[in-house]
Design a protein around this ligand. Sequence first.
Ligand code: ACO
Length: 448
Amino acid sequence: MTTAAATDAPKSSSVETPKSPDRLAITDHRTGLSYELPITNGTIRAMDLRQIKVAPDDFGLMSYDPAFLNTASCRSRVTFIDGEKGILRYRGYPIEQLAENCTYLEVAYLLLYGELPNKRQFQDWEHSITFHTMIHESLKKFMDGFNYDAHPMGMLIATVAAMSTFYPDAHNIQDAVSRTKQTYRLIAKMPTLAAFAYRHSMGMPYVYPDNSLSYTENFLNMLFKMPSETYKPNPAIAKALDVLFILHADHEQNCGTHVMRGIGSSHPDPYSAVAGAAAALYGPLHGGANEEVLKMLSEIGTKDRVPAFIKEVKEGKGEKRLMGFGHRVYKNYDPRARIIKKIADEVFEVTGRNPLLDIALELERIALQDDYFVKRKLYPNVDFYSGLIYQAIGMPTAAFTVLFAIPRTSGWIAQWQEMLLDPEQKIARPRQVYVGPEERNFVPIEKR
Ligand code: ACO
């Protein structure tokens, strides 16, 4: 609990070093009063600032933090990132170890339940996911209604939102049994929706889920099987996709997850919240960057045009960006990009080398030596190489962000549940600093 209190400190401009290391001393020079605020986990509570007033009827001090550059909105046990050191851990496990040793479904279980499953738990979990992959025929008809050239991400967002109308039991968000059921449905059906969106855009008939296949094999089968031919997903491609799913499963309080928690805080069903989170992911500054990277590499076209492109980015002063570079949190190499670079080699052994890879490698080489990028600590992020792999396995560029949304669903649900069960959380509602006109009187239209 808060123990901060105003003290009748001398009206001086210097603040004495606090005796306790876990307290922050503040002197308000407007009043000369001093305060001590407790520091917990390297944070002060913003609400503790409200006692700092210039008069009894003053609202109290607030912090101003557009885009949440320095504001923690929750305590979380799910994902840890050290952006300076380039560390990413899910529930304490380094991402490198999970990518090396686990399947995506094991990692999804870990994110949701906090521990890796034992054999029995995993069998039950895998069975529950496998037996929820079918979608309602009316949902299929709903997808048929989209135009032939509808963006697959737009289709996915709208169809996940529509799922809310198919499962009215999902509104019982306080019921753990209902939450578990919706978790199975969401994780199981996202690949089906994604594959159907892709097939719709290609004008091809939908392929129904096949319960004899693994999560990623089934997804590849729904994407690429021709009705007239047998199809066997390539194990190396299925494995690579599975690792990509692990790398994309969660990333603490990023834009999409923040939206998931924000929408979830007003207590709608999880389908509505996932639709909102997916909409945030769609943006080119977030998950949509993988699509933009491929467009950028194609526009550059040849390796020798890389220096000119870098020059344009630098001269654009933020207007033109090197897509797939930079991150709000990572100020070092994104550990996921390092793993993806390795997977790319494995995939290209099967599919043949993506010719855009040479341009990407040259871009990375030049950017990492250039003062502009070095000074701003801009390194390749998860999206810089993922698109090259998706393209090599036959996905059209427009479907890339959908491939991000599938695994991120497990992270969204883990974070949503954590938010719902956290007694400190309430409906999310930031404050503002109003800078508009003062009160003024209405003027009739003929006098304006
Ligand atoms: N290319 C060129 N310059 C850049 C880039 C970039 N990719 N990213 C940041 N900068 C520059 C900015 O212009 C700014 O320069 P300034 O200090 O001279 O004004 C500085 O670096 C800091 O950038 P901000 O925009 O303040 O950093 P922020 O943390 O807000 O942005 C973001 C992070 C959105 C990821 C940004 O780096 C970006 O737009 N990258 C390209 C898009 C991208 O790859 N997004 C995917 C991120 S990973 C994910 O969401 C899955």
